[in-house]
Design a protein around this ligand. Structure first.
Ligand code: SF4
Length: 737
């Protein structure tokens, strides 16, 4: 337990966000489109994280729902077009980072660049569509599985995901995936195996009724800031908060909720229970907690386990066979701490387990989430009011993408249903996940790569591999709202840039699915008296996908003949059973929650047997740092995905170039705070500035994408999700030695 934090009005003198000042800056940045910006906030569904809003409201609490993540992203929706002439010299642009490229303005004209040309030239839509369609037709003729589609998550609505996966399959390739592969693929796979459904089991409203909320590898004040408002009110009702993480995240210690006067003035104390686990040690920590629960009188929810689950005996036997020494070594946590956590869980049966990338972005990410699901089942959490499992989503599009089929694997029942409804036979073989697409493209096994949003150079490990992957396909298409560094990678043959609309510019409106499984309608936002903003030649991604792929494969005609987003929703309702009802979403505020507020209330799960499934899992054997090594993991600062919005993180005080480390590790290496240090991994060396903080000794953290080149290419064999951590050596640089 920790004592209450020091309280000064408005957190004066403390490291904290200056919300009101930052809001004023946002208003200034968007002043040329102030009315439009206001209407986006008032009427649109937030295009930031997947907490979900309708305008400035949500379904959990009364009052305003707004945060700096949304405000930072606002300019993407209001900025003017860039001058296409700047793209004539791509070489000159490569010296700029993505933040500078983004600031140039919206991509607003189709552009093409051929091998050997210094940059892009503007083309009309007819030429762009002809080029893309004819090249895709050639690939289809030779081997359609040499085409691949990747969609990232920011702002992309369900309608675009659905159309993209159908278009890919119509072309003849199963290679279609989303950015969820890089964040929560491990959660989706593990939860499907354990519960039959890859989604949160409860609603945010349950947070207000929970007795205990535990965050594993998650920094919600930074990535889903309005959750803190939920936590503020939950704390008032007696909820306790625990954190399992290598770093004592300052934002989970204390936060200032700007829309709650008392919190804005004096802050809200959040977590009371902290468990400092080694990076990647969560699986062992979870196993240790369960081992401790086995010996507590009410540690196991026996009735629930017997009635609604299977496989518990194997897990129990495996836990009893595992020594405490092994668990302590793999987790980095003393046995007494795991026993303390087990006791806390027993004393507060209405528990919600929330987790993020700290659990998933490892080679053993699926196994770690399976361990977490084991713990949830052992405690009987799924289906219980005020309790549950929540893989909290960082992007507004990331929950719905795979749910409407934008994933490389689909079961036979789904494919049969689609074949009937679509009038063509979709490819049956499993497709390539995003990371498999990268590997295939780098190995010259992809001829056409259609990339909607995203920037692998900054979001996936091993930038050199990413460059190779982006260079090699003969046709690479980037469909996006702004420029990024990946677009500038020289083509082996042809690169096409296709300007996209934002979600608020799509006529007919669109939908997104939130973390709590709520499908929400986001209307198009009026601009200059029109139904939606028209920025030069920007077009909705779905419309262009349909036009190009229909031209590449004309027969049977009409397969992709959607006339509107409403028509897409009607088809989703008919082909994705959970989404039945989406066809009725037409106006601001329209929404429904698939599965209802609580999944599995009746104790029946979505597995073939109707029972939830335990899985015996063990930590990997080869993670121990060698003598003198530390384990580095990536962290976010003031950024949304790879989009950096400020050099300094207002929650931690860390700058982008800082390496967060424990003072003890610093002292052992003769390093003082503020000194330059060299961080060496098996694949690269990067210099940072050492900053000491409350992070567990043996672990260091640095911001990504700045530290990405330190990461080797290492994937979870189960999910294809990359590991965003690596063993490193840290030394003073010679200049400071
Ligand atoms: S918490 Fe998430 S959904 Fe809510 S306003 Fe912020 S970014 Fe948007």
């Amino acid at each position: 337990m920790v004592g209450p934090s020091l309280k000064t009005p408005f957190g004066l003198g403390q490291t904290k966000p200056r919300h009101y000042l930052e809001m004023a800056r946002v208003a200034w940045r968007n002043r040329d489109e102030a009315g439009y910006a206001w209407r986006i906030l008032r009427d649109g569904v937030c295009d930031g994280c997947a907490l979900g809003t309708s305008g400035l409201r949500d379904w959990t609490l009364d009052g305003v729902h707004l945060c700096m993540v949304r405000l930072d992203l606002l300019r993407l929706n209001t900025m003017p077009a860039l001058d296409p002439a700047v793209l004539a010299d791509a070489g000159a642009l490569t010296a700029r980072g993505s933040t500078e490229l983004r600031a140039l303005g919206r991509l607003a004209h189709p552009m093409v660049r051929r091998a050997g040309e210094p940059g892009f030239r503007r083309v009309g839509w007819p030429e762009a569509v002809d080029l893309a369609a004819s090249r895709l037709a050639e690939v289809r003729e030779r081997d359609p599985t040499r085409a691949a589609f990747f969609l990232t998550s920011r702002g992309i609505p369900n309608e675009t995901y659905y159309v993209a996966q159908k278009a890919a399959r119509f072309l003849g390739t199963p290679h279609v995936d989303t950015a969820a592969r890089l964040c929560h693929a491990a959660s989706t796979i593990a939860l499907r195996r354990a519960l039959g459904v890859g989604a949160a089991t409860n609603s945010y409203r349950d947070w207000l009724d929970a007795e205990l909320i535990v965050f594993f590898g998650s920094n919600v004040p930074n990535n889903q800031p309005v959750t803190i408002k939920y936590l503020h009110f939950a704390r008032r009702r007696g909820t306790e908060i625990a954190v399992v993480n290598p770093y004592r995240e300052p934002g989970l210690d204390r936060y200032w909720v700007p829309s709650v006067a008392s919190s804005a003035l004096f802050g809200t104390d959040l977590a009371e229970h902290w468990y400092a686990v080694d990076t990647g040690g969560d699986l062992a920590f979870l196993n240790g907690t369960m081992k401790a629960l086995l010996d507590l009188p009410d540690g196991v929810a026996r009735d629930f386990v017997e009635r609604s689950t299977e496989g518990f005996a194997d897990v129990e036997a495996a836990l009893r066979d595992t020594s405490w020494e092994a668990i302590e070594q793999s987790s980095g946590v003393p046995r007494a701490e795991m026993e303390r956590f087990a006791g806390l869980l027993c004393s507060r049966p209405k528990t919600i387990l929330v987790w993020s990338m700290g659990l998933t972005q490892h080679r053993h990410g699926v196994d770690t989430v399976l361990a977490l699901a084991n713990l949830g089942l052992m405690r009987g959490l799924p289906g219980k009011a005020g309790a549950g499992l929540v893989p909290i989503r960082g992007h507004s599009g990331v929950q719905g993408g795979a749910e409407v089929g934008c994933a490389p694997e689909s079961d036979t029942e789904t494919l049969d249903r689609w074949a009937d409804a679509w009038g063509f036979e979709p490819p049956r073989g499993p497709g390539l996940a995003a990371t498999g697409q990268i590997e295939a493209a780098a190995a010259a096994a992809i001829d056409a790569w259609w990339i909607v949003g995203g920037n692998f150079l900054e979001t996936a490990p091993e930038p050199e591999r990413q460059k190779r992957a982006l260079h090699r396909p003969a046709l690479r298409i980037h469909q996006d709202v702004v420029l990024n560094t990946a677009m500038l990678v020289e083509p082996s043959d042809t690169v096409l840039l296709l300007p996209a609309t934002t979600r608020y510019e799509i006529p007919g409106g669109v939908t997104e699915t939130t973390t709590e499984r709520r499908i929400v309608f986001s209307p198009s936002i009026r601009h200059d008296g029109a139904e939606s903003r028209t920025l030069d030649e920007c077009r909705p991604e779905w419309e262009v996908l349909c036009e190009v792929v229909s031209r590449a494969r004309p027969d049977p005609p009409g397969v992709l003949g959607f006339g509107s987003t409403g028509a897409i929703r009607t088809e989703i309702a008919a082909t994705v059973p959970r989404y039945a009802g989406i066809e009725n979403l037409k106006r601001k505020g329209d929404q429904f929650q698939w599965g209802g507020p609580q999944l599995f209330e009746d104790g029946r799960f979505a597995t073939p047997s109707g029972r939830a499934r335990f899985h015996a899992v063990e930590p990997p054997a080869d993670r121990e740092p060698l003598d003198g090594e530390l384990f580095l993991s990536t962290r976010r600062g003031r950024q949304f995905n790879s989009m950096v919005h400020a050099v300094r993180d207002p929650l931690t005080g860390l700058e982008r170039s800082d390496l967060l480390m424990n003072a003890e590790d610093g002292r052992a290496r003769g390093i003082r705070a503020g000194q330059r240090v060299a961080v060496s991994s098996p694949v690269s060396r990067v210099e940072f500035v050492a900053r000491f903080g409350p992070i567990k000794a043996g672990n260091v953290e640095a911001h990504w994408p700045e530290c990405m080149e330190l990461l080797p290419w290492s994937l979870d064999p189960d999910s294809g999700e990359p590991e965003y951590g690596v063993r490193v050596r840290v030394e003073r640089t010679e200049a400071d030695a």
